[in-house]
Ligand binder design. Structure first.
Ligand code: SF4
Ligand code: SF4
Length: 445
């Protein structure tokens, strides 16, 4: 029996039917790519090519700036026609290397590297760094940092996140179905880098085909005991790190802490697949799988796209739209980011593109809190979202600080259940931004 794994949470309509079980297809190579230097949590990469340079597919064009950064690579072969500021998911105006498609595709970056099991773990980490890997589930944290926990915080378990609890998205589900054996291999590579003997792949129980594919692949490998495939109850936000750790290991990440504080490393299934490709083939992260979906998309599906491809080009490849979208979201509807330009390119952390129509939108107007308590019941972090919202609405950031706004994981569950349609997670983000800027004075409540 699958028991309830964490407190709170919600069960929004999945809306995954539009793309569920649709196998991956490759989109055409774009004529032009806008490749941002800031695609990850941490310092942006430094441009290491010049205007007019010819670059090969997979060539490094941005060098990581310190430990908390990641290299960036050319996703198409061609000529650097611009190094300029361009709208991205992270900023209205961010530094991008613009490459126009020219020349031929070389396979020089696909050197098969068998025998990785006998290589030192440092070599795995070096290959991950060289490939510019970041978390592909959305937060885009540099993967090599997560593979090297501090010495005073030993990790004993790797959790691989195959929950994909966001409505509409099906890319991870399809990846687990179609690349189960490679995901297991990437998981073992990550285990070796971390020095752990145990991994658990958590998958929500609305993905029976993915669970079956992973279990079948596991039976084929030796030893199968080191990895467990664990079905989890379908409930949002099951895929958030803290809920996943609670659900699988019954451990609690302390307030303000990270998974490593509970002895755990968490990687997304897409990330371990990218680790497999980086270690086996020295393949840099210049393309990824995404879901393109929405009732107004002519051919919704799961696609392999080059990083740096503009949304407008992707949409054209998917047959265009059958109606006007009222909102475009990079990621899922709960935790994704709304974008206002079709010029924005896909980045490493893009798991999906969602086009919502007016009928699917929640009205912007909101009302006063009626203190019904539904947001409190839904909050998986045990916060008081209504108190936070009420304080922030009155610009009482000093009061808001007492309600632990930094423990909020921005899951949006509170706003989803609120009968007054209060945009509680947006309020809380405002509090976080304000409190980072001006910490409350000591003694204030
Ligand atoms: S759900 Fe909305 S109306 Fe109810 S207590 Fe929370 S903020 Fe107030
Ligand atoms: S307060 Fe934060 S963590 Fe709690 S439900 Fe709202 S968005 Fe999620």
């Amino acid at each position: 029996m699958i028991r309830r794994a964490f407190r709170g949470g919600i069960h929004p309509p999945g809306n995954k039917h539009l793309t569920k079980d649709k196998p991956f297809s490759n989109l055409s190579i774009p004529q032009i790519c806008y490749i941002p230097m800031q695609q990850h949590t941490g310092a942006p990469a430094r441009v290491c090519v010049a205007l007019g340079d010819n670059v090969g597919q997979g060539q490094m064009i941005g060098e990581a700036d310190g430990l908390h950064s990641a290299h960036v690579h050319a996703s198409i072969p061609g000529r650097v026609v611009e190094i300029a500021r361009h709208p991205t998911i992270h900023a209205r105006d961010a530094e991008c290397v613009v490459i126009e498609l020219q020349g031929s595709f070389s396979s020089s970056n696909r050197n098969d590297s068998p025998g990785w099991e006998s290589r030192p773990k440092e070599e795995i980490v070096q290959k991950v760094i060289a490939a510019g890997l970041v978390g592909l589930g959305g937060e885009a944290f540099p993967t090599h940092v997560k593979l090297q926990p501090p010495h005073d915080k030993p990790v004993d378990t790797l959790i691989v996140n195959g929950c994909e609890c966001e409505p509409y998205l099906t890319v991870d589900d399809m990846l687990m179905q179609s690349h189960a054996a490679h995901i297991l291999m990437g998981t073992r590579m990550a285990m070796k880098a971390l020095g752990v003997q145990r991994a658990v792949i958590g998958v929500e129980d609305d993905k029976p085909s993915a669970i079956a594919a992973l279990r079948a692949a596991l039976k084929e490998t030796a030893p199968p005991e080191d990895i467990q495939v664990r079905p989890l109850r379908t409930r949002f936000p099951q895929g958030e790190e803290k809920q996943l750790i609670r659900g699988i290991l019954k451990r609690t990440v302390p307030s303000g802490g990270l998974p490593v504080d509970a002895g755990v490393a968490v990687q997304n299934v897409g990330t371990v697949y990218a680790i497999y490709e980086a270690v086996m083939f020295d393949k840099p992260l210049f393309e990824r799988y995404i879901t393109v979906t929405g009732t107004c998309v002519k051919n919704p599906g799961n696609y392999k796209v080059r990083i740096g491809t503009r949304i407008a080009d992707i949409l054209e490849e998917c047959g265009g739209l059958t109606g006007e979208p009222a909102k475009i979201i990079m990621g899922g509807p709960m935790c994704g980011i709304t974008i206002d330009s079709m010029e924005v390119p896909v980045v490493k952390g893009t798991s999906g593109l969602l086009f919502l129509t007016q009928d699917e939108m929640v009205p912007d107007e909101y009302r006063a809190c009626i203190r019904c308590g539904r947001c409190v019941a839904a909050c998986p972090m045990g916060l008081l979202p209504h108190e936070l919202g009420n304080a922030i609405e009155r610009n009482r950031f000093d009061r808001a600080g007492a309600f632990r706004p930094f423990d909020c994981i921005m899951c949006g569950s509170c706003a989803y259940v609120c009968p007054a349609r209060r945009p509680l997670n947006h309020f809380i983000r405002r509090a976080q931004d304000e409190l980072r800027r001006v910490p409350p004075a000591q003694g204030e409540d």
